[in-house]
Design a protein around this ligand. Structure first.
Ligand code: UDH
Length: 288
């Protein structure tokens, strides 16, 4: 029955030693190219035999120190997702994480809402498992150095420090975009992301303000390891500049208590375990 199965996996886990603080198989700087042919999902699966249905992994020889949900906001970026899975699965395994990849796919053609998708990913993933921390990860960014470990941080961590799109420089000091990581406690303390940013821009600055208003500091790895290569894309349909973002940003400190995880409404259209990731297609109830 179910109970004895659970007991079995628990006792097996208990016998494994904790993974070392420094994973032994990290490679450092990585060769990332988008010029090479994309692989098929079947090929990527073959190259990652230990990844389980739904896109999860646990190190076979040790108990991971960190249980991490990777949350990807998504709509119509299939090719980016192929490269993401191809490059990121091996990196996350070398980092000896206990992880699962969630693709949160916005249904329909209405205005895109990146931050609300991230809130959905958080809310849905904690129904599956006891994740300790959450990496909010754009699909078009690939880590170029596996020493930037996606470990659960003691303070909210900005990972998208050096991005090829910005000539590997932080565009501004208060930048909190691209890839970020927060523990469950940190994320719930700020009431998650805002749900009100429809279209492009501002939602990452909003989160920066929430963190500051909650008296937390932001940490970063150095730019030589927290490096990302970004995949080229044209402006997406349905993600035009949001003209309201400046107004919204002025009111973060007042609004954050009522706008976030505690006001999140959505409808799950599909929740599917694919071989390399969990796909959650969601209706966000957009303004149009
Ligand atoms: N995303 C999708 N589909 C979309 C839009 C966004 O999957 O249609 C996701 C994807 O994970 C992407 C992330 O949301 O990596 C952020 O996308 P973005 O297009 O908002 O951000 P990016 O910085 O592009 O990649 C900016 C477009 C040009 C900006 C010009 C500013 N004036």
């Amino acid at each position: 029955g179910k109970i004895s199965e659970e007991n079995h996996s628990l006792s097996r886990n208990d016998e494994l030693p904790q993974c070392p603080l420094q994973p032994p198989n990290l490679q450092g700087p990585l060769d990332i190219s988008f010029a090479i042919q994309p692989q098929t999902m079947d090929e990527i699966k073959e190259n990652n035999p230990l990844v389980k249905e739904g896109g999860s992994y646990q190190p076979p020889h040790c108990t991971s120190r960190w249980k991490v949900a990777i949350i990807i906001p998504f709509r119509k970026r299939e090719l980016h997702l192929v490269y993401f899975l191809r490059y990121m699965h091996p990196i996350l395994q070398r980092q000896e994480l206990d992880y699962r990849i969630y693709v949160i796919n916005q249904n329909g053609t209405g205005k895109f809402n990146r931050a609300k998708l991230l809130n959905v990913g958080f809310t849905e993933s904690i129904k599956d498992d006891d994740f300790q921390c959450f990496v909010f990860h754009d699909v078009d960014l690939i880590l170029e150095n596996d020493k930037a470990i996606y470990s659960c941080p003691e303070n909210p961590r900005h990972l998208g420090v050096a991005n090829s799109k910005y000539s590997y420089h932080l565009p501004y000091n208060a930048y909190f975009g691209g890839v970020t990581e927060m523990t469950k406690e940190q994320f719930t303390k700020v009431n998650g992301h805002s749900n009100n940013y429809w279209g492009w821009g501002g939602e990452d600055d909003d989160m920066y303000k929430r963190i500051k208003a909650s008296r937390m500091t932001i940490i970063r790895y150095s730019s030589d390891i927290s490096r990302y290569r970004s995949m080229f894309h044209k402006r997406d349909e349905g993600n035009e500049d949001n003209p309201q973002r400046m107004d919204l940003l002025r009111k973060v400190n007042l609004a954050m208590e009522k706008d976030g995880l505690n006001s999140l409404t959505y409808k799950v259209i599909a929740n599917e375990n694919y071989p390399l990731y969990t796909n959650i297609t969601v209706d966000l109830f957009g303004p149009e």
